[in-house]
Design a protein around this ligand. Structure first.
Ligand code: CA2
Length: 161
């Protein structure tokens, strides 16, 4: 049987639709479209697919996490400011039980105290902060390698001819 292509869902939270339009000193000049493309390209290069969603609404993010249970094999999430406030998003991630990588574009630990704590980190398999939008590439790369290894679809799992 041909193994199914592993699929990764990238979730971006509030205000990340503004990427590239304001605060370039903190968040850089790349746009959300650039992030979406970067995730798609990284996943494709590793034999996976990546789809992306962004919402400014906590409930919509929770709905997207629930839907991922039947559509995705792993989640990359930048929950924006909900990172520091939302037990509900943490509970949704824990309930769905998919591998999770948490990403923050800025180094939250070098910023205000209220950004130092995350409700997501305790249910994430990996956390990437301060690498700019390259953090999404690192996150998708990590998940893709993990998922293809688990599915036996990575190049390394095939016998060399
Ligand atoms: O560094 C990150 O990725 C953050 O998740 C971004 C959130 C912030 O609340 C977190 O503490 C850290 C804010 C996203 C706001 O994005 C903007 C992008 C461009 C212009 C204005 C806001």
């Amino acid at each position: 049987m041909t193994p199914r292509t592993p699929s990764i869902l990238v979730i971006n939270g509030p205000n990340l639709n503004l990427l590239g339009t304001r605060e370039p000193a903190v968040y850089g000049t790349a746009t959300l479209d650039d992030v979406v493309r970067l995730a798609e390209d990284t996943a494709r290069d590793l034999g996976c697919t990546a789809s992306s969603t962004q919402s400014n609404h906590e409930g919509r993010i929770i709905d997207a996490i629930h839907a991922a249970r039947s559509t995705s094999d792993g989640i990359v999430i930048n929950a924006g400011a909900f990172t520091h406030t939302s037990i509900a998003i943490r509970d949704a991630l824990a309930a769905v039980g998919l591998p999770v990588v948490e990403v923050h574009i800025s180094n939250v630990h070098r910023r205000e105290e209220f950004r130092h704590s995350s409700y997501i980190s305790g249910v994430a398999d990996a956390v990437i902060v301060g690498a700019g939008i390259d953090g999404y590439r690192l996150a998708v790369d990590h998940l893709a390698r993990r998922l293809t290894a688990a599915a036996g679809t990575d190049a390394a799992s095939f016998p060399k001819s």
